[in-house]
Design a protein around this ligand. Structure first.
Ligand code: FES
Length: 123
């Protein structure tokens, strides 16, 4: 499902999200303050609410890195559920079919922007 956009809000410079890296930030999402992350995979930046589908824990609650050792999957540090970085879909059997909540983001002119009608940068 395509997410409608609103006026872009700057999140951070592109350089703050290196390949297989992450950038943490806060958003107002449907009226509530939530933690969010940007990750870069194969050069493309993706945004998600930072909450595992297994339990309401941040993906990086146990350690700071967000990708598994292979660099092919996002991995929750609590119980190691893996996700497709480009879709947020859980790949582990226990949560198969569930998805991280994606945020619509864009990269323009060496900056990353939030452009999701459901979310606004938390001041
Ligand atoms: S809380 Fe993320 S895998 Fe269990």
């Amino acid at each position: 499902m395509a997410l409608k956009q609103h006026a872009p809000e700057p999140i951070c410079p592109s350089l703050d999200v290196p390949e297989l890296g992450k950038f943490s930030f806060a958003v107002q999402y449907r009226g509530a303050s939530r933690d969010a992350i940007l990750v870069r995979f194969k050069g493309v930046v993706y945004g998600y609410l930072n909450q595992c589908v297994h339990m309401p824990k941040p993906l990086d609650c146990e350690h700071s890195h967000i990708f598994d050792d292979s660099g092919r999957y996002l991995q929750c540090s609590m119980h190691t559920i893996c996700y497709d970085p480009s879709t947020g879909e859980a790949l582990s059997e226990i949560c198969a079919g569930k998805k991280l909540t994606a945020l619509h983001v864009s990269e323009e002119g060496e900056w990353l922007y939030l452009v999701d009608k459901r979310a606004f940068m938390d001041a």
